[in-house]
Design a protein around this ligand. Sequence first.
Ligand code: UD1
Ligand code: MG
Length: 459
Amino acid sequence: MATWAAVVLAAGKGVRMNSALPKVLHRVCGREMVRHVVEAVRAVHQGPVVIVVSPDSQAVRQCLGDSVEYVEQPEPRGTGDAVARAERLLVDRAQHLLVLYGDTPLLTSSTLSRLMEWHEATGAVLTLVTFDGVAPKGLGRIVRDAEGQVVAVVEEAEARGKQKAITEVNGGVYGFQAEWLWPALGGLAPSSTGELYLTALVASASREGLPVESVSCQEPGELLGVNNRVQLAQAEQAMRQRVLERWMLAGVTITDPASTYVDEGVVLGRDTVIFPNTTVAGATRVGERCHLGPGAMVFDSTIGDDCKVVASMVEGAVLEEAVHVGPFAHLRPGAYLEREVHVGNYAEVKNSRIGRGTKMGHFSYVGDAEVGRDVNIGAGTITCNYDGVRHHRTVIGDGAFIGSDTMLVAPVRVGAGASTGAGAVVTRDVPPDSLAVGMPARPRAKGRPRERGQPRVGK
Ligand code: UD1
Ligand code: MG
């Protein structure tokens, strides 16, 4: 069996992005472009993967980690120069090289395997993927002879006369015979821009009478190379459509794909329904039969089965099963909501565990707290967790009843079964099964405010 190694080019300056961030780290559906490319490669190739990076490549290395190897290109002297840098790492390690660019995030593994199979089957020294049907501006044109054989790739800067009108273009994905490639790279002459073009190898092989083959890609959008932010937005749109279609076919209802944004890498359960204007992003997992939206924003969160999130922001949170959130709630990092919790409108939870069945229906803030089971948190309850210097914890026991507008001045504990009266400012611990009222709150005879004839707001 033939052996392969892959080389991904990621050392270009990305000048056309006009960005402080390296081009290949710009994200498409939440994932860095170069990571999309490496994952497509990994799906069909288990051997070495070498990333060609610039000397200030810390961020790229951080993004891809040590599952790949790196080699530096000291100056961005062109794609031909970039590939040549990989020789010292790869010489004698593979018979064939798969060469790709880090700015083609839509590339699929099925196109890669078609390329690899055709390259091996034909014995070509060079096989490239071409496509047609998009505006060729900025891309290398495929020049064929009378027999239809590929004889050259002409870059935009070099294209003259009729060549400019050629619509078949180079996708930037290649198979090479390694023993032909390394010496051939040494023979590359600088182009009119001073760069060494990898694509000039097509003409070199053709001149030597060596076989060059091509595979055409039927989906022109798949080979969109992202050089500027207009193309970045086009890639985002195409990838988004692809991700949504995958989930719809897997049993997720998306009522309005045009206003639904799901990152690559998100996991959605069967029979979940996503309503319009909803974003599900980052490392998020959503269970079965959930309703998200309209207007839900879910980032880096885990949501169990049968949950509902309406017009709310959920970030870095965990929701167990049958949790209802919103409308207009904000769950912030570290919010952990056990089964059947209800967090209603204008409520915020941060770094807190809320026990099973607890209800927090209306405009409240719970931060740095541990709230037990079946607690009622009345409208306007605030955990005053920050004294201007440090954050402090609030602990509320099972079955407690926190009256409307209670201020819990942390650190403070409200015991299990205890109650606070409306407007209580709780500065001291409230013992279990007791009642505290007033400002500052004082203990009162046992019994819940509602049993003592006080109105109960915020059930
Ligand atoms: C390239 C191809 C063009 C093809 C198009 C497809 C060449 C000369 N041209 O043009 O035929 O149609 O891709 O998208 O190859 N890079 C380096 N070092 C460098 C220069 C570039 O690592 O010195 C990397 C870039 O980071 C990028 C990739 O190589 O990931 C491609 O470079 P780019 O400048 O985007 O080439 P294009 O102009 O798009
Ligand atoms: Mg490009």
